[in-house]
Design a protein around this ligand. Structure first.
Ligand code: MG
Length: 447
């Protein structure tokens, strides 16, 4: 885009917002980076343009800041005996990988997160990462060590100061563990969270004990393992083709001092069916704060040839009047989720007085509410919307509405319900003056 040729601030604003939604690509693409610089020279006279620019810059600054997490999820996980790779298996309604991603993204010191995946899993990856603001995934290699090296190479344009390397199948990494790893990197080039062995350790051969091993110096290493980016990239390049068990071993081989910090008993790696059952128990125990929120919204009919309802454009003899796209189904649902979070209402987050929301598609409001749930470490267990109108008929659109809401919220469609009713020609909906919507959202939040 050549900004100098564009004279319409609205067009620049719309392009800026598109750019802000693709920061990761923007930062990696030097041509786009030059575009950003040229935007910076443009005199931002309209407040919304200035806001769009500042949002873009803040995201770019975050992307360029010092710590990026690399999540390794390219393995096939064949030990579970299930066709789906283990990192995509659901735990508490979410893929294992998504738990890991949300935990890392929620940490304020982690600027960006990138997944190393197997492109054969692209559809599973897309489902697991819906709505998360991640760097685009990169393809891994034949073995874990190759995957990590390829992931590290892919970050060279971003050149972070620090990198955290985490197993995609460790869903319950906590902020304290990340804090300890990062703090150790102040004084050491590498840091590993680890747990002391509690059980007595035996060396055995064919089921026969050969000796009892002194466990005083033995630890179980976990992830995320933290490194100075340049050091671990060089170490991985030098160790290419070896089959070292973890990235700390790669660092050790390169002569880097690896500092050990306390891990967490809950930071389990899911490898077996037994681990998966344990992960399910842990997830359920962590999300024991069950909340319900209620939403209600009304929009009046006005001129037009279609209405937006639950994210679907429905051809109709009239339109709905409103500041945004007037989708009362999504507005009620957004309020229900915000209500369960105790986070105010849709007007607090998207003031009708703000011109940037004029004509806005309401899926942006709903996605924002879902992001707040994710930021709180919670999940949406179920949503139920009731549309109240004499017309249009909802039945023919119900399946599309369920699919669309599931897509926006990143939920299994089984967790989305759409119902419709009339008011028997009574009241404003009965007289065909408008459409009302009610919604209930059930959330599970960390205790
Ligand atoms: Mg509304």
């Amino acid at each position: 885009m050549v900004v100098g040729d564009v004279v319409d601030p609205a067009e620049i604003e719309s392009r800026l917002l598109v750019a802000a939604d693709h920061t990761c690509r923007l930062v990696e693409d030097f041509a786009a980076e030059r575009e950003l610089i040229s935007i910076n020279w443009y005199d931002c006279r309209t407040p919304s343009l200035a806001l769009a620019r500042s949002r873009l810059w803040s995201r770019v600054a975050a992307a360029m800041s010092s710590c990026i997490a690399l999540v390794v999820a390219a393995g096939r996980g064949t030990r579970l005996g299930i066709a789906l790779p283990k990192q995509y298996l659901p735990v508490a309604g979410k893929p294992l990988l998504r738990h890991s991603l949300e935990a890392l993204m929620a940490h304020p010191a982690v600027a960006r997160v990138r997944v190393v995946y197997n492109p054969d899993d692209a559809a599973d990856y897309a489902r697991a990462s819906t709505g998360l603001d991640l760097l685009p995934p990169v393809a891994g290699g034949a073995a874990r060590q190759d995957s990590v090296r390829l992931g590290l190479e892919s970050l060279s344009a971003l050149a972070p100061e620090l990198v955290l390397i985490h197993d995609g199948a460790r869903p319950f990494v906590d902020a304290g563990t990340i804090d300890r790893v990062l703090a150790a990197l102040d004084a050491a080039p590498a840091a590993v969270p680890a747990m002391k062995l509690a059980d007595t350790v035996k060396r055995a051969d064919g089921g026969r004990v050969i000796e009892t091993v002194d466990r005083a110096q033995l630890w179980r290493a976990q992830t995320p393992q933290g490194f100075r980016y340049g050091d671990i990239l060089a170490a991985h390049r030098a160790a290419q083709g070896m089959d070292l068990p973890d990235d700390a071993a790669v660092a050790e081989r390169a002569g880097l001092a690896v500092r050990m910090v306390a891990g967490s008993e809950d930071n389990i790696k899911v490898t077996t069916a037994e681990d998966l059952a344990r992960a399910e128990r842990l997830a359920a125990a962590r999300l024991g704060d069950v909340r319900t929120g209620l939403g209600f919204d009304v929009h009046a009919f006005g001129p037009g040839d279609h209405v937006w309802l639950c994210g679907i454009k429905v051809v109709h003899g009239r339109g709905l009047v409103g500041h945004s796209d007037a989708d009362c189904g999504l507005h009620a649902l957004t309020d229900a989720i915000l209500g369960a979070l105790g986070a105010g209402d849709i007007g607090v987050h998207f003031p009708p007085s703000d011109p940037q929301w004029r004509g806005a598609p309401s899926h942006r409001f709903l996605r924002h509410a879902a992001e707040l749930v994710a930021q709180a470490g919670g999940l949406i267990a179920h949503v139920d919307v009731t549309l109240i109108c004499e017309s249009p008929k909802i039945g023919p659109h119900r399946a599309a509405m369920v699919a669309r809401i599931a897509e926006i919220l990143g939920l299994d469609p089984k967790r989305v319900s759409i119902k419709a009713t009339t008011t028997e020609r009574l009241g404003f909906t009965g007289r065909g003056e408008g459409i009302a919507a009610q919604a209930v959202a059930t959330l599970r939040l960390p205790l």
